[in-house]
Design a protein around this ligand. Structure first.
Ligand code: C2E
Ligand code: MG
Ligand code: MG
Ligand code: MG
Length: 288
């Protein structure tokens, strides 16, 4: 058998091993090396003030430029990254790169833009999370309130007491928190009320099916009403049609994100887009 030196030891490829297991092992080894090989990329998807802009900030979305398989979306490697723990170092890379990019945009004059970074469940459980976040902000000279940490409803509710503690501390330091993929988990309303988040993102599954009547319209209205009651801003993700845009706005959604308004793009394309449609990217008012 051949021996591959992974970052956390040795992995053995047995001839008897089935093809799928071998593929997974290979992917795992590649993943441990992805960062040092400079194969990780961030795309940035704008978040727009409803109904039609301007952009209030961006969400960093991770991609892996695999040497053989091409550009991989998170679904193709995040579960493995989470299982093997490599998500911790990748997550730090994401946080740092997103902050670095934001500081570059801030230097170009876009000081009103926020940056949202997705956190995995394992990152959320890291005792060093708050220190890591704060030192990253300091390193790039970014005011804490310009960083939004997105955690899924499922992650936030897996240990609600701990989430309340963590988000309270982050909020005290000025960092914003967003509850991602809302509606797909099982929130205790009692905890949701105590969770010091600043926004709630309606999962795109609900937005996708949105029509003026029907079940999803009812659910989306209920989520927006709940968010308003809890004093949370509401973001709709996955907005793909003008009908959805109009309807979500009518329901009181504050922020819209989706292919209709802006796809996840590399920084060069964003610079290009900003130059050509500056009216979509200049904030007329500062919101908190
Ligand atoms: P998410 O945070 O809920 O991000 C939204 C996902 O929906 C993104 O997929 C985005 O590209 C996609 N999307 C945005 N607008 C539309 C639309 O109009 N229609 C459709 N069909 N899709 C839309 P992506 O980039 O593949 O990311 C998937 C998930 O992977 C993210 O869901 C997030 O949970 C996770 N993820 C992405 N980047 C990171 C990261 O840096 N760290 C961690 N821990 N997780 C990440
Ligand atoms: Mg997100
Ligand atoms: Mg989401
Ligand atoms: Mg999602």
């Amino acid at each position: 058998h051949t021996k591959h030196n992974g970052r956390n030891g040795y992995h053995f490829f047995q001839p008897s091993m089935n093809a799928l297991a071998q593929t997974q092992l290979q992917l795992m080894n590649d993943l441990w090396l992805a960062e040092s090989r400079h194969e990780l990329r961030l795309l940035y998807q704008p978040k727009f003030q409803a109904p039609a802009g301007p952009a209030i900030g961006f969400e960093a979305l991770l991609r892996w430029e695999h040497p053989q398989r091409g550009l991989l979306a998170p679904d193709a490697f995040l579960p493995l990254a989470e299982k093997t723990g490599v998500i911790i170092s990748i997550g730090l890379w994401v946080l740092n790169e997103a902050c670095r990019q934001l500081s570059e945009w801030r230097a170009a004059g876009y000081t009103n833009w926020t940056m949202a970074v997705n956190l995995s469940a394992m990152q959320f459980e890291q005792p060093s999370l708050i220190d890591d976040v704060m030192s990253c902000l300091t390193r790039h000279n970014i005011p804490p309130e310009m960083l939004i940490l997105e955690v899924t409803e499922t992650t936030a509710m897996s240990d609600p007491d701990e989430s309340v503690r963590l988000l309270t501390e982050l909020t005290r330091l000025g960092v914003k928190a967003s509850i991602d993929d809302f509606g797909t988990g099982y929130s205790s309303l009692l905890y949701l009320k105590r969770l010091p988040a600043s926004e709630l993102k309606i999962d795109r599954a609900f937005v996708n099916e949105l029509r003026a009547e029907g079940e999803d319209a009812t659910i989306v209205s209920a989520i927006i009403a709940l968010a308003k009651t809890l004093n949370l801003r509401v973001v709709a993700e996955g907005v793909e049609t003008v009908e959805q845009q109009a309807f979500l706005t009518e329901l009181g959604c504050n922020t819209l994100q989706g292919y209709l308004l802006g796809k996840p793009l590399d920084p060069q394309s964003i610079t290009h887009m900003v130059k050509h449609t500056p009216e979509h990217f200049t904030r007329r008012e500062v919101e908190k």
